[in-house]
Ligand binder design. Structure first.
Ligand code: OVM
Length: 407
C-alpha cells in the first residue's frame, strides 16, 4: 500500500480533474482567493497529485462531506494524516478527532461548559474589558493591531473565563498555531510549528490539570463532570486541552480579520456606525469573507459517492471552507464584503455534530470588541501594509498597523 503524507495514495476517481497545485504553498495561504475561485471552477472535486487527496470547495459538496460524520469520519484525523495508519503528534482530541458514540459523550460536557447561559454571564465583563482596550488604543492613535488588539483582547479575557491560574500569552497563542499547522503536510510551516513543542506542550499539559484550574470557569465545569463520574479525570484534562487548542488562535484571527475588513471597506464600517445593530451580522460576514479556519479534512470510512463521484474508502478529502464560503451559487456577489448580507449557512464554524462548540463564546468576545469600536472609533485606517501569516489551517494576519481616529 503506497502512502503519501500519512494516508493511502489513491487514483483519481473517474470524472475528477487532476489539479497540479499545492494548496499549502505559502503564497496561496497568504492570498487564497484565486485558488478558491479556481477550485470552485473545477467541479465538485479535484484530485491533487502532490498529496493524493480529493479537494472540494463548492458549498454543496463541502457541506455534505463536512457534516456526514458516518461516511466522512473525524476519528482518522482532520488533517492530512490518517490516524488509522500513523500515530498523531499528540493524543487524539476527544472531540474534534472523534466520532459518535465517543464524541457524543465528551462533546456533551463541553456543550454544558460553554452553554449560552455560561457565556451570557460573561458578556458584561467582556464589554468592560473591550471598552477599556479600545479607549487605550484610541489614545495611542496608531498601533500594531495583531499584537495589541487581536491577540491582546482574547488573552485578557479567555484564560480567566476558562479559570487558568496562569496565562502565558506566548504559549497560548503559539500552541494554537502549532495545532493548526499540524493539520497540514510535512512542510516547513509544520516543521517549524513542531519545533516549538518542547517549549510549549509541557506548559499546556500542566495548565490542563485540576490543580491549575480555578473555580467558577469553563474548566471547573469540565472537572465537575469528572466528579460526577460522567468522564474520567484524564478526559477532563483533555477537554480543557481542547479549549486551549481551539479557543485562542481562532478568536485572535476573528478579531484581526474583522478589523482588516473594516479598515479595507470603510463604507461598510460607516454602515455599522449608522446602525450598530448590524454589528452581529457583520461578524458573520467577516467569517464568510475571510474564513479563519480555511480547511479541515475528513476521511472516507466507506466506499461511497458524492454528486455522482465515486470516493474510495480511506480517501482524505480536503474541505476548503474558505472556498465554500465564497460560492456565488450560495451568495450572490460573494466577492463583496457586505455587512447587511446576513450570510446564513456559512461554513466558518462548521456544520452538524462537529460545529464549533465555542461559537457563543467566540461571538461574545468578538462582539464586545466590535461594539466598542463602533461606539468609540470614527475612522479605521491601515497605517501600512497588512501582511497575512501563512498557516496550514488558519487564515490570519501577521502584521497590521492601524490608525483609529475618534472623539
Ligand atoms: C481540539 C480542537 C478542537 C477544534 C479545533 C482544533 C485543530 C482542535 O479539540 O483540540 O483545532
Amino acid at each position: 500500500m503506497e502512502m503519501i503524507e500519512g494516508h493511502i495514495a489513491i487514483d483519481p476517481p473517474l470524472g475528477v480533474p487532476v489539479w497540479d497545485i499545492d494548496p499549502y504553498d505559502r503564497d496561496i495561504l497568504r492570498q487564497p482567493d484565486d485558488y478558491y475561485a479556481q477550485l470552485r471552477s473545477k467541479g465538485p472535486f479535484a484530485f491533487i497529485p502532490k498529496y493524493s487527496i480529493l479537494v472540494c470547495g463548492r458549498h454543496e459538496e463541502t457541506k455534505e462531506v463536512f457534516s456526514d460524520w458516518e461516511r466522512f469520519v473525524s476519528s482518522r484525523g482532520v488533517g492530512l494524516q490518517d490516524f488509522k495508519l500513523e500515530t498523531p503528534w499528540r493524543a487524539q482530541s476527544l472531540v474534534v478527532e472523534a466520532d459518535p458514540p465517543q464524541h457524543t459523550r465528551t462533546r456533551k460536557v463541553l456543550t454544558r461548559a460553554l452553554s449560552p447561559k455560561a457565556t451570557r454571564a460573561l458578556a458584561e465583563s467582556f464589554q468592560v474589558a473591550a471598552d477599556k482596550l479600545i479607549e487605550k488604543l484610541l489614545e495611542r492613535g496608531t498601533f500594531e493591531a495583531v499584537e495589541d488588539l487581536a491577540e491582546a483582547y482574547p488573552i485578557s479575557v479567555f484564560p480567566d473565563a476558562v479559570g487558568l491560574r496562569e496565562a502565558d500569552k506566548r504559549c497560548l497563542i503559539d500552541y494554537g498555531a502549532m495545532v493548526f499547522n499540524a493539520l497540514g503536510p510535512d512542510n516547513e510551516l509544520r516543521r517549524n510549528a513542531m519545533a516549538m513543542g518542547p517549549k510549549i506542550v509541557p506548559w499546556i499539559t500542566r495548565q490542563c490539570q485540576r490543580e491549575n484550574i480555578k473555580p467558577g470557569g469553563f474548566g471547573a465545569t469540565i472537572f465537575e463532570a469528572a466528579d460526577a463520574g460522567e468522564i474520567t479525570e484524564e478526559e477532563a484534562g483533555m477537554l480543557v486541552r481542547s479549549l486551549l487548542s481551539a479557543g485562542v488562535d481562532t478568536t485572535v484571527t476573528g478579531i484581526g480579520n474583522a478589523l482588516w475588513c473594516l479598515a479595507t471597506f470603510p463604507d461598510q464600517f460607516q454602515k455599522l456606525k449608522e446602525d450598530p445593530s448590524l454589528t452581529k451580522p457583520a461578524f458573520e460576514e467577516v467569517l464568510r469573507f475571510t474564513t479563519p479556519v480555511h480547511t479541515f479534512c475528513r476521511t472516507a470510512d466507506v466506499d461511497t459517492q458524492v454528486s455522482g463521484i465515486k470516493i474510495q474508502k480511506g480517501t482524505k478529502i480536503l474541505c476548503v471552507l474558505g472556498a465554500a464560503n465564497g460560492d456565488e451559487n450560495q451568495w450572490p456577489q460573494a466577492h463583496r464584503f457586505d455587512v447587511t448580507r446576513r450570510p446564513m449557512g456559512h461554513l466558518a464554524m462548521g456544520v452538524g455534530i462537529h460545529g464549533c462548540v465555542g461559537q457563543n463564546l467566540a461571538r461574545a468576545e468578538v462582539g464586545a470588541v466590535l461594539n466598542a469600536i463602533v461606539a468609540k472609533v470614527d475612522t479605521i485606517e491601515l497605517a501600512g501594509e497588512a501582511i497575512w501569516r501563512p498557516n496550514n489551517a488558519i487564515h490570519a494576519l501577521d502584521k497590521m498597523p492601524i490608525t483609529f481616529k475618534g472623539g
